[in-house]
Structures are given as structure tokens and as C-alpha cells.
Write a protein that binds this ligand. Structure first.
Ligand code: NDP
Length: 300
């Protein structure tokens, strides 16, 4: 069994991005510039936002935080989005989710200029992804595709089972891996992965266990600790665990620890490859956002 080290892979990619920025600077170009909009003071969101800004600055990107109070109106947030859309110095921006209940997330997402939509959530980017055309791809599935590529795990002709059909993980993941790859790309480059036979499962799926047992690659993004047990995985499967769940742990420094959706201890010995939680998919999500920001900069 090989452990897929997302932390190390993300560090490698950050180094590559840093080199890219250095080369841009040498050519007199402005580095990529990301803005992150945060509404309110949700502690988890504040941590995510700080981590994104820090990661940007570490690779030499410019990074701004736009902090707004939770009682801002939807109209005021739309005006902020419009200002960022028009700002030529900003290559990409995200509005950190979730938003307060009185603001429509889809209205905000759709107001973002899709060229700057580095979260890959705008319908235009989702549509391009569905059509198999170059697009800004949702960060977590993009990061998983990168992990598969860097660990030389082919997807062509393989049965990929994706558990979870959210718009940010499950659906775009399924779309990416079922595509015909762009033919002009080297075979094992991330964007060239595809050609898989994909089954997408969700809470209404019958016989989840039987379907999982037919997977060559099993990608789980549900949000339930130990949903996937050893009897659901056959020998040699590649398992990608997207889940991040807090479970109480009295001896852990913060009183809890993070686990995935897969019963790691029991499942790992059966796998050819598996991602740990933490340290698997998680670190790749931020690095994908950086890659999207660079892409948005270069697309100009
Ligand atoms: P959502 O809650 O949006 O979606 C969960 C999906 O799981 C839904 O499609 C749901 O089905 C399905 N589901 C729920 N119960 C079952 C079940 N018993 N059997 C099969 N399918 C089930 O979650 P997200 O996609 O946003 O996130 C999933 C997990 O991944 C979470 O733990 C989240 O924290 C983590 N995550 C991690 C990231 C990372 O960077 N590592 C990034 C994003 C998310 P239905 O549609 O029918 O309700």
C-alpha cells in the first residue's frame, strides 16, 4: 500500500508556482493577484481565508482580504463583486462560503466574472468542464486529479466510483474523470486524465457496498466518519478520502481530531494507494486555488 502524501505534493507544487512567479517577475510581469471576500466572523471560514492568503503570499502572489460584516445586504455584496470584476489589477477572487442566510450564494457566485472565478463555481466554468473544455475547475476535484497524475495512477478504462454528488466535489470530479482528455497534452499530465467509466453515488443509491466493490478507484466525499468500511473495498483499490470530520478525542490537544469518510485503519491494508486524513486531499485544495489564480493571470 502506498500512502498518497498530499502535504508533500502540495509543497512541491507551491515550489513550482514560486519558480513561475520568479520567472514572471524577471520578465517584468506583475505576479498573480487574488482577492478573498469574507462575510461575517465564522471561525472556520476565517481560518480557511487566512490559510489561503498565507499560501498566496508564500508563493509570491499578491493577496487581499476584503472583510465585510455579517449584516451586509446582498446588494452591497453584489457591489463588492462588481468592483472586483472591474478591477484590472485583480486576476481572480473568491467569496468564501457559506454566506449568511439572507444572501443567495448562487446569486453571488453567478455575479462573479467567470474569467476571475478561481473557485470554478460559476455556471460558465461548470459548463466548460462538462463540455470537456479548458476551464477554471473546482479546487478539490482539480487537486485530486493532480494527485492521481503525480502518483502515475491512470484512469483510462478504469471504473471510478465517486460517493457524494455535491456541486463542489462529487459532480465536477465525475465530470473530469469521464471526459475525453485533451489530446494535445502529455498522457499523464493532470488535465489529460480521463476516459474513466464513472459511477456517481449519493444518499439514495441502493447497494452502495456492491458498487464500491466494483471500483478500481473509489473517491469518497460525503462527510460521515467511517462510512466506507473494509468489506466495501476490494484488494488493490485506489481510495481517495475527501471527507473532513471532527470527532471528539479527549486526549487530543484541541479535544477533537480529524478523520475522513473511510475507516482508514481497516481499509488501508487492502488498498494499492490511499490518501490519509489529514494530509491527503486537504492540502491540495488550496494549492489548486493558487494554480487557478495563476491560470486566470496567464489567460489575460
Ligand atoms: P455535501 O454535504 O454537499 O454532500 C455530501 C454528499 O454525500 C451528498 O451528495 C449526499 O447525498 C451524499 N451522502 C450523504 N450520506 C450518504 C450516504 N450514506 N451514502 C452515500 N452518499 C451519501 O458535502 P461536500 O461535498 O461539500 O463535502 C463532503 C465532505 O468532504 C465533507 O466532509 C467536507 O468537509 C469534505 N470536504 C473536504 C475538502 C478538502 O479540501 N479535503 C473540500 C470540500 C469538502 P445527497 O445528495 O443525496 O444528499
Amino acid at each position: 500500500m502506498t500512502l498518497i502524501d498530499g502535504k508533500q505534493t502540495a509543497a512541491d507544487i507551491r515550489l513550482e508556482l514560486k519558480r513561475e512567479v520568479d520567472s514572471m517577475l524577471r520578465q517584468g510581469m506583475r505576479p498573480p493577484h487574488l482577492a478573498v471576500v469574507i462575510v461575517g466572523h465564522n471561525p472556520a471560514s476565517e481560518t480557511y481565508v487566512e490559510n489561503k492568503l498565507k499560501a498566496c503570499r508564500e508563493v509570491g502572489f499578491l493577496a487581499d482580504k476584503v472583510a465585510l460584516e455579517a449584516d451586509i445586504t446582498e446588494q452591497q455584496l453584489l457591489q463588492t463583486v462588481e468592483r472586483l470584476n472591474r478591477d484590472d489589477e485583480i486576476d481572480g477572487f473568491i467569496v468564501q462560503l457559506p454566506l449568511p442566510d439572507h444572501i443567495s450564494e448562487s446569486r453571488i457566485t453567478q455575479a462573479i466574472d467567470w474569467h476571475k472565478d478561481v473557485d470554478g463555481l460559476h455556471p460558465h466554468n461548470v459548463g466548460l468542464t462538462a463540455l470537456g473544455q479548458p476551464s477554471l475547475v473546482s479546487a478539490t476535484p482539480k487537486g485530486i486529479r493532480e494527485l492521481l497524475s503525480r502518483y502515475h495512477i491512470p484512469t483510462e478504462g478504469r471504473h471510478v466510483v465517486v460517493v457524494g454528488r455535491s456541486n463542489i466535489v462529487g459532480k465536477p470530479m465525475a465530470m473530469l474523470l469521464m471526459q475525453k482528455p485533451y489530446l494535445s497534452l502529455p498522457k499523464m499530465s493532470a488535465a489529460a486524465l480521463g476516459d474513466a467509466t464513472v459511477t456517481l453515488c449519493h444518499s439514495k443509491t441502493r447497494n452502495l457496498k456492491d458498487i464500491c466493490l466494483t471500483a478500481d478507484i473509489l473517491i469518497v466525499a460525503v462527510g460521515q466518519p467511517a462510512l466506507i468500511t473494509a468489506d466495501m473495498v476490494r484488494e488493490g483499490t485506489v481510495v481517495i478520502d475527501v471527507g473532513i470530520n471532527r470527532i471528539e478525542d479527549a486526549v487530543a490537544p484541541r479535544g477533537y481530531r480529524l478523520v475522513g469518510d473511510v475507516d482508514f485503519k481497516e481499509v488501508a491494508p487492502k488498498c494499492s494507494y490511499i490518501t490519509p486524513v489529514p494530509g491527503g486531499v486537504g492540502p491540495m485544495t488550496i494549492v489548486s486555488l493558487l494554480q487557478n489564480t495563476l491560470q486566470a493571470r496567464l489567460n489575460k
